[in-house]
Design a protein around this ligand. Structure first.
Ligand code: UT7
Length: 322
């Protein structure tokens, strides 16, 4: 059967790292509070010369190099972001132009922190149905641009960055072969006011700032993530102990712990980057994936579960064999 196989991963971060201590110089917060409540110690913040498309292009180039393929062979780019360079055209087309590949499909998806899972689901479907053969799936954000630096309940939580994978359609054995094995995606728009941006093109005509009812989001995150992870495992008739690595959306170390506990997964099998990168929204899952591939933890043939939950609410999970 035809499967979408990850043949390369890459990531890119802004040059400037900002520690909790540095943040505490201008925001009414402390390193202790941030570490205790979230596990975050550091985040990267883009300067004026760094944009979502430039970070995405950097991540894409790294993924192409890891895969050992030319940009010209890419016939699909799906880019997840909530912070596009421009309202239109899609940031994916800016990346396409920067990479020098033409004529394929390129578009953005908007599912905030779940964006990479949505992008992966869409790209996987298109590869399996033959609409494309080799795809770049990218999560990229400059979330710092939509943070209210006067709101300590949100501004300490987020960072900027990008992660990418090259996905290729290959013939693969049913269960033992490489590739995306199953993806489940969900949304519940009834909760759109718990995590949102208070502006937009057709309402205020402004970009707006992030607003979040953190405690409510936290509770939904643990419940929804546990449930969608169960769905993916159920679809494949598998159990959590068969998973080699859990690569979760990096919003809060306490959410990672709670989700892993519900799955009965030991902490050593959970990839954690929230301490270094903070919450980079759509970039967080591919950034964490690339980190663990490059440091040698995730190896070819291993089973990796990706999951995320974000504004909307949207949430999803995907199990793949690397
Ligand atoms: O990526 C999309 C998904 N997003 C998430 O999953 C985020 C989910 N939510 C969370 O991670 C947590 O709810 C937060 C980290 C946002 C907040 O943690 P919490 O344990 O729920 O804290 P809280 O909102 O209940 O605030 C506790 C206290 C409050 O003070 P009082 O009212 O108890 O006196 C806040 O004012 O902490 C205070 N506080 C802060 N203090 C120092 C809130 N933010 C800060 C801060 N520094 N930055």
């Amino acid at each position: 059967m035809r499967r979408s196989v990850v043949i390369g991963t890459g990531s890119a971060l802004p040059a400037r790292a900002v520690s909790n201590a540095e943040l505490a110089e201008k925001v009414d917060t402390t390193d202790e509070w941030i570490v205790e409540r979230t596990g975050i110690r550091n985040r990267y913040i883009a300067d004026d010369s760094e944009t979502t498309s430039s970070l995405a292009t950097g991540a894409a180039r790294a993924a192409l190099a890891a895969a050992g393929v030319e940009a010209g062979s890419i016939d699909l780019i799906v880019l997840a972001t909530a912070t596009p360079d421009q309202t239109f055209p899609a940031t994916a087309t800016l990346v396409q132009a920067a990479l020098g590949c033409q004529g394929g499909i390129a578009f953005d998806v908007a599912a905030v922190c779940s964006g990479f899972l949505y992008a992966l689901g869409v790209a996987d479907s298109m590869l399996r149905t033959g609409m494309a053969r080799r795809a770049l799936v990218i999560g990229a954000e400059t979330f710092s641009r939509i943070l209210d630096w006067e709101d300590r309940t949100t501004c300490v939580l987020f960072g900027d960055g990008a992660g990418a994978i090259v996905l290729e359609a290959q013939e693969s054995d049913d269960r033992t072969g490489r590739g995306v094995l199953a993806t489940r995606l969900h949304a519940d728009g009834n909760h759109n006011q718990l995590l949102y941006v208070d502006g937009g093109v057709s309402t205020t005509g402004t970009v707006g700032k992030v607003r979040m009812k953190g405690k409510e989001v936290f509770k939904h995150a643990v419940t929804n993530l546990s449930s969608v992870l169960g769905e993916v495992l159920g679809e494949l008739d598998m159990t959590a102990d068969q998973i080699d690595w859990l690569v979760p959306h990096q919003a809060n170390a306490r959410i990672l712990d709670a989700t892993a506990r519900k799955l009965d997964m030991p902490a050593e099998k959970v990839v954690v980057t929230v301490d270094r990168h903070a919450n980079t929204s759509a970039a967080s899952v591919p950034l964490a994936l690339d980190t663990a591939v490059r440091d040698g933890r995730i190896k070819p043939g291993q089973l990796v579960m990706l999951e995320a939950m974000g504004g909307g609410f949207t949430w999803g999970a995907s199990l793949l064999r690397m």
